[in-house]
Design a protein around this ligand. Structure first.
Ligand SMILES: O=C(O)CCC(=O)C(=O)O
Length: 275
């Protein structure tokens, strides 16, 4: 079977809880994804999430991957196979929980508090954190200045911490975060367009507000293994194996397919804890 990641990359992910793969998407593919991020369907379904200082980040989230550029990206062999390798399972068992476009606007884009994705997803009734992973594809450059993702290296080996609302977001219990910070190295995951960041569902991560004049846009797909059946989640994409497509499908389809997907509405997010 096709192998996407080296043994060294696999080991690095197991130890650190994250992995950066440079230029997984070409310039042409990234331009196409960026154009799709500006599609009316994405922008009109964007929700604002306020940080504690009143700054907003825009987030558009959907569950079932479609035939549009984002659907073909998250269903591509390169991502689904890589996820299968990191979660130590067959690509046929990999399911798509949700994807989201994150837009941090110049100067006004807000911060995200320290959290674990499984801190949210636990509340949807998923039992196995090791069966879940997030994959960020950079659509613009992500730097310290424009609020790139920060991770606490190795923190995925710790437990799930309690998460509570901090403004409109949920943050991990600050006492645990402070203790974890004494032990774990803080890493700024700076990315170029087309780079991909894989991160474990239990790794502590956050991002700063965008204080620069440059936007920071990315798309994050969250994956789950089919055996990890949540008992409080109404969207079924997370347990339906992905219809994998060839890597070439993205460029072949271009922008022909409209983005017609099951977008999340803000009220649902608050009750369903899916972010
Ligand atoms: O994009 C960001 O800055 C934060 C994203 C994040 O924390 C998440 O999706 O869990």
């Amino acid at each position: 079977m096709k192998k996407i990641l080296s043994d060294e990359e696999f080991r690095s992910f197991q130890q650190a809880g994250y992995l950066i793969c440079r230029t997984m998407f070409s310039e042409e593919e990234t331009a196409l994804l960026y154009k799709t991020a500006t599609d009316d369907a994405i922008t009109t379904n964007a929700m604002d999430f306020r940080d504690t200082t009143g700054k907003d980040t825009k987030l558009t989230l959907w569950f079932t991957p479609g035939e549009d550029a984002f659907g073909l990206m998250s269903r591509s062999e390169r991502l689904v196979y890589a996820v299968g390798e990191l979660l130590q399972n067959k690509p046929e068992e990999v399911c798509h929980f949700h994807s989201k476009v994150m837009q941090k606007q110049p100067l006004t884009g807000g911060a995200w508090e320290w959290h674990q994705d499984y801190g949210y997803w636990y509340k949807n009734g998923f039992l196995y954190p090791d069966a879940m992973i997030s994959v960020m594809v950079a659509l613009t450059e992500a730097t310290k200045e424009n609020g790139c993702l920060q991770v606490m290296k190795g923190s995925h080996k710790m437990q799930r911490f309690e998460h509570n609302f901090v403004g409109e977001q949920q943050g991990a219990d600050i006492d645990f975060v402070q203790e974890a910070a004494k032990i774990c190295e803080l890493v700024y995951c700076e990315l170029q367009p087309g780079d991909v960041l894989f991160f474990h569902s239990n790794i502590l991560h956050r991002s700063d507000a965008n204080t620069s004049g440059k936007s920071r846009w990315s798309v994050i797909s969250a994956y789950n293994l089919s055996y990890n059946k949540p008992f409080r989640e109404k969207h079924l994409s997370c347990i339906e194996p992905i219809r994998i497509v060839a890597d070439s499908a993205l460029l072949a389809a271009g922008t022909q397919q409209p983005v017609q997907v099951d977008f999340l509405k803000k009220q649902d997010e608050i009750t369903l804890h899916v972010k």
